[in-house]
Design a protein around this ligand. Sequence first.
Ligand code: NAP
Length: 248
Amino acid sequence: MKKNILITGASRGIGAATALLAAKEGYAVAVNYHSNETAAKAIVSRIEEAGGAAVAIQADISQPVEVARLFSETDRLLGRLDALVNNAGILEKQMRLVDMDAGRLKRIFGANVIGQFLCAQEAVKRMSTRLGGNGGCIVNVSSLAARTGAPNEYLDYAASKGALDTFTLGLSKEVANEGIRVNAVRPAFIYTDIHAAGGEPNRIERLKDSIPMQRGGSAEEVAEAILWLVSEKSSYVTGTFIELSGGK
Ligand code: NAP
């Protein structure tokens, strides 16, 4: 039977690559996006043109009402949810702690932590065998920054990913006996547009020499790890992390 997967922030970057790979592997895909409807619809078209099934659903994952709508729309358009990829995430201009205001902290933790809690909550309600579901998988997209702390760049972003890692560990144990596996990937130096939001589109070029493999990574390389974690191939894996950071 066809499986259904919801990927947040799938209009571009790692989320879009994951949506395309998931469709290739036979999933029907809910492509969530925040603001770029054109890009999300283009991903859906690419999937449909290749013979797959996908729908685009707008929702700001930091807003509880929008998350509830995102999941009820996914139910309506695709049917039973088998997998959630908590991929959406943001960062803001590189700066030191002393220059960060409270509004920024609320935005970062809203989009990078609260949103993932809300989405996972909706997914668990649908997947948990304790609640009548058929089980499922959740993959959180964290960051190597959770380990490095990202000093002088974005302590807020790094700390939000640290919270996501702890959430991954705790939730994986909470629902391990309810048919749900919860894992995370920790990418770094992936060629996407997120670095422009930090004010340094060429950040990877600056840091490349410090990466043991001496190169940045692709969104497709991250997508492969995410799809392995949602697949049956990782059926005994939960509460774990795959780092995609060129050995850093
Ligand atoms: P990206 O190219 O900036 O794409 C971000 C995606 O998230 C877009 O589809 C965007 O939608 C969506 N989004 C942002 N805020 C949202 C919200 N509030 N609600 C719903 N969707 C939202 O980012 P990326 O580099 O692919 O990163 C994806 C994930 O990987 C993030 O969690 C990021 O922290 C993590 N990561 C990336 C790297 C890297 O080097 N690129 C490294 C470590 C971790 P719209 O465009 O439609 O607004």
